[in-house]
Design a protein around this ligand. Structure first.
Ligand code: SAM
Length: 275
């Protein structure tokens, strides 16, 4: 199937606003499904595009639920997915569907596999991190820097609030770098595939609101010490903040970006009741 020719023949105009940079290389698409561990089961694809990834997912899984926001792609998808009986295609914005609706369509446990536009990455990832209880994993093709941020280790430049929020409930691995010339049309940035495997109880029960506040405060000003961040973020006096830091076993001059996710969880526990 010559996807590029089908797109050209259809008179379709790429819409930059929707981040339409498609993957067409069959081997690469198979590799992404390998990274995602797609082997039967249900898969949720966000942004079907011209259906290239959807076709491979259809072959390798029992059921695919695929969202595509752009109505103009429907005639192309009707052609490219004509022999994919296990694909349920939904023309619409995935962000306008509730998590209950999405999970209802998937019917039980599912894996997310998607090549998503830059504008959608953080809101989509955080939505699934917070609410997608039936999602086993998300394997996402995203801008390379974003993938690095999601998978970042403590004390690196890429490590930030989103790294901690995601790694608190999932194991994250950057599985491959995709140079920009693998996409059609070619974008201005390179991409990477990142796999987020949910293990929601890895740190036991954590008060999500307090955890987010702790992490946000710690990263609010990267150059500030954790102690100063706690003063402004939690309105603590210096003595109490120093005590909490000592109780956690951190050095007095440590900075938020040096803490591991586990250490953030420990700090959050100590901050219970002091806000
Ligand atoms: N999966 C295809 C591939 O790999 O070639 C297309 C990937 S392309 C980077 C992203 C796709 O997501 C585009 O087709 C775009 O129209 C669609 N999209 C963007 N925002 C969306 C949203 N909110 N809901 C559903 N689809 C969306």
């Amino acid at each position: 199937m010559d996807i590029k020719q089908i797109i050209k023949n259809s008179g379709f105009h790429f819409n930059k606003q929707f981040g339409q940079n498609f993957l067409t290389d069959e081997v690469l698409l198979e590799n992404i499904c390998d990274d995602a561990g797609v082997d039967g089961g249900a898969v949720l694809e966000i942004g079907a595009g011209a259906g290239t990834l959807t076709r491979v997912l259809s072959r390798r899984s029992d059921r695919v639920v695929a969202f595509e926001i752009d109505r103009d792609l429907r005639p192309i998808l009707d052609v490219t997915l004509s022999d994919c009986d296990n694909v349920k295609l939904i023309t619409g914005d995935v962000m306008r569907y509730s998590m209950e609706q999405i999970e209802g369509l998937c019917g039980g446990k599912y894996k997310v596999v998607a090549n998503i536009p830059y504008y959608l990455t953080s809101p989509l990832v955080m939505r699934f991190v917070d609410n997608a209880t039936a999602a086993q994993s998300m394997t996402l093709t995203v801008q390379k820097e974003v993938a690095e941020r999601l998978a970042a280790r403590p004390a690196t430049k890429a490590y930030g609030a989103i790294s901690v929020a995601v790694q608190a409930v999932a194991d994250v691995k950057l599985t491959r770098i995709l140079p920009r010339n693998l996409f059609y049309p070619v974008p201005n940035v390179d991409s990477a595939v990142v796999r987020i495997t949910f293990c929601r109880d890895k740190f036991g029960a954590v008060d999500t609101a307090l955890f987010r506040k702790t992490v946000r405060s710690a990263f609010a000003t990267r150059r500030k010490t954790l102690l100063n961040c706690l003063l402004s973020g939690f309105g603590l006096d210096r003595e109490r903040a120093a005590e909490i830091i000592a109780e956690c076993g951190f050095t007095p001059d440590c900075r938020g970006e040096q803490l591991s996710v586990e250490q953030f969880v420990a700090l959050c526990e100590r901050l219970k009741g002091v806000q």
